[in-house]
Ligand binder design. Sequence first.
Ligand code: FES
Length: 254
Amino acid sequence: KKYKKIVKIEKMEQIGAGIFSIWLEDREITFEATAGQFVSLYCRDGSRLLPRPISICEIDKEKGMVRLVFRVAGKGTEEFAKMKPGDFIDVMGPLGNGFTLEGTKAILIGGGIGIPPMLELAKELSCEKQIVLGYRDSDTFLKEEFEPYGTVYVATEDGSIGTKGNVIDAIKGNDLNADIIFACGPAPMLRGVKEYAISHEIKAQISMEERMACGIGACLACVCGKKEKDHHTNVKNTRICKDGPVFYIDDIEL
Ligand code: FES
């Protein structure tokens, strides 16, 4: 079940360069939400009609609040970043399918703005967890917040912290193994994850949320190829925002 409603901002804080964390208060949305899902936020400015999809970073069922973490990447997200506690915002959600909780030893991989959804997943998964986070530089937002839930490995492009290189370099460098991989991040990272998962015969779920633009099925920016034809519609294309954003790695073309 999803809702379209106006909700109150409880907390708003900048946690990195251009990265903002926002807690929204709403019992219904919080109750429905699961790790890997997202919400779409609408702008006040009527000239931007399509909303922006933002992944859910944490779900606090007790307080009835969801946390979103986003990067300012344009006018819409700029507007959200300027909002304050007590302000109200137009939200649709929760949207998307979310991750399936499975496995006994997992590698959770987050790259850049693909990191936030892995935090709620890390909290919900009860198996052994190795968490690999990829950043550009020493601005390692959210890293400490992962530490209670597993062993955290960091890769930075500039080598300032952890392994110099990408998340796959960190996995290889630390000799990690697992029976399930969960990943969210930009397409080049997901391609690397796919190659790694296939060559090591590890099952993998990936979130392709970076490809989404409106999150509500309206813009078609997220159309992507599937391996198999859909039984009902007989087509090989899928909209990430409707059928995803989480897919098993063999089901989707990257
Ligand atoms: Fe707009 Fe999927 S993101 S249709």
